[in-house]
Design a protein around this ligand. Sequence first.
Ligand code: PLP
Length: 449
Amino acid sequence: MLSNLAARDVETLVHPYTNLAAFRETGPLVLERGDGVWVYDTEGRPYLEGMAGLWCTALGYSNAELVAAATEQLGRLPFSHLFSGRSHDPAIALAEALKEVMPVPTSKVFFTSSGSEANDTQVKLTWYLNNALGRPRKKKIIARERGYHGVTVATASMTGLPANHADWDLPLPGFLHTACPHHYRFAEPGETEEAFSSRLADELEALILREDPETVAAFVAEPVMGAGGAITPPSGYFAKIQAVLDRYDVRFIADEVICGFGRLGTWFGSEALGMRPDTISFAKAVTSGYVPLGGVSIDEPLYEAMLDESRKLGTFGHGTTYSGHPVACAVALKTLEIYRRDRIVEGVAAKAPQFQARLARLREHPLVGEARGIGLIGGVEIVADKASKAQFEPKAGVAARCVAFAQAEGLIVRFLVGDRVAVCPPLVIRPDEIDALFDRLERALDRTA
Ligand code: PLP
């Protein structure tokens, strides 16, 4: 029996990333408020938010300083735009603050309102750059199977997950996928992580050569794959991939939408994994998820090309009404100030060993084939048989059941396709709360078994 609110929801809303048929029976979990790492439903039941919302509420749910920053900006200048030479203080100050922390040579920052828009902007800028440089054939984008980059036509094309392509008539031509770097699932028997990484780099090189290097413009990767299964790269992976990209002058776009701003215990995931991207996309934790904001870094060579194009075309023809929204920028500025002042990133590095030890302990569970992670992100791979790594029938929905049991235990974690469960709590989670999270997840796994 659905509550009144839940029944009204079922009658009126289409939910993103939801099995709409099953949802008609179950209805939604309707949340009402949050405090620290806890959220509460309309009946007042508490849940430990083990997913930081959608990998974003880094500072938890009741940060009064973020609320005050938003309120103050709403009262002062609730809207202004950056079109046609207009500007405002929060956007300028935020761009300056970001330039200080971004791990890539950054000349300028371009703001969007989401991760999808950030990555869509990356695709367009890559094409724009190569047109400006007089190499109009160099346009193809290589992403990875199981990578997640968003839902616009271009970013869903980059995404390497079946639900983003089936019946959407995607990917578009010119968007290619190379292998997923998941050692547990895709390594040959006995293949070391280094050997697996070399093989994947060779496969990427073969793909570029097959397509013709003169047509391949960019490679996009998340440091740790999020929605594709919380997959950590095997050792040596990014160094070997980088060498291939350098050889064929392929631009490297790091999608830091989840890993940016401390998740891996460094400001950006690229730093934790020794990546050398040309540009990064960010969103989510830049505002701790309180208001929508995303963006991309613009390196000097790209900016020079953009200047030339503007001279030629008369305008830089890209941007949305909310690019650099003042309220979003004010909240992001305060968020960055808190990350610095409260040493949030260092705090993640300090808490990571406990988090990762509790995650690793899950490997002893009969249902868990692999438990992997870095910093405060982790993925649990549920298997039917540990020795053979055989999976359950997708229809059995085993990981989805585990997530439902977790919810019954007062824990929110996320089911991902391939019977994976993701864990990605707010960065401000306390050590006792990390224990509470994994105690609840262990009980949920026991109930699933
Ligand atoms: N890139 C990554 C790595 C993501 O995890 C997401 C969303 O989860 C996106 C891009 C898309 O961001 P948004 O949902 O804000 O459009």
